[in-house]
Design a protein around this ligand. Sequence first.
Ligand SMILES: Cc1cc2nc3c(=O)[nH]c(=O)nc-3n(C[C@H](O)[C@H](O)[C@H](O)COP(=O)(O)O)c2cc1C
Length: 248
Amino acid sequence: MNRAKEQRKWLKSMFSEDEPFNSDQMDGKPQPPLSNPVKSLEDVIALPEFGDDIFEKTHILDIINDRVSHRKFKDEAMSLEELSFLLWSTQGVKSIAGDQYATLRTVPSAGARHPYETNLMINKVEGLKKGIYRYLSLTHQLAYVYTPENMDRTMAQAARKQKFAGNCAVAFVWSVVPYRGEWRYNERSHKPMLLDAGHICQNLYLACEAIGCGTCAIAAYDQKLLDNLLQLDGEEEFAVYLAPVGKV
Ligand SMILES: Cc1cc2nc3c(=O)[nH]c(=O)nc-3n(C[C@H](O)[C@H](O)[C@H](O)COP(=O)(O)O)c2cc1C
């Protein structure tokens, strides 16, 4: 059997009746936090509410029909309001269920585990300095992390020399915190967690289409380079998927 065929099992369900499993949740272990805590309160930025004036399209048929991948963006800044809308559309928290048991967001997630964090490489957003930021989904805020040297070139390099990953207003990079899913489903959580990423990125595509922006999903990237750029440990949290965004 060739390597690809051997690995196919991973695409199949691990929830069959004849596959018993155990998990930390079943063993009574405490649940991990719903969202990663912010390191410093000093660099937290509130995101504005967005008004109707940011929308160019509002009919869902037009938005779905017109969606395409964009790899060329105008040399224009996005507004903070537009960024606020894209973040809300992809990971916005609508409510918290139970006693801090689960978040319910604008996208679905297997078992409402919501294992993703949103990292941003911000190049051109009105009112924000260039740098790496994180979305604080529970409070709809941004946290500034740092500004690496040659940030956009490093991002393009990390995306296997796909230049548009650096030449954009903002690059969204979703990193997974695997234990949020593993706590409940153990190794069975891995496939559903990847499926979750598709929903997040599709909402970004559609939200961009509504406001005159464009994006393109990217799965071809260098794991170490991207994790280093975002200051992720590569074990308890690592990049899974990215999508540069700009005006089109
Ligand atoms: C999981 C996934 C990974 C992708 N990775 C890349 C990529 O690394 N580079 C790229 O240019 N496009 C990438 N794409 C975009 C596809 O090439 C694009 O969706 C496809 O050509 C269809 O075009 P459309 O999105 O305009 O309909 C990816 C799309 C998906 C869904």
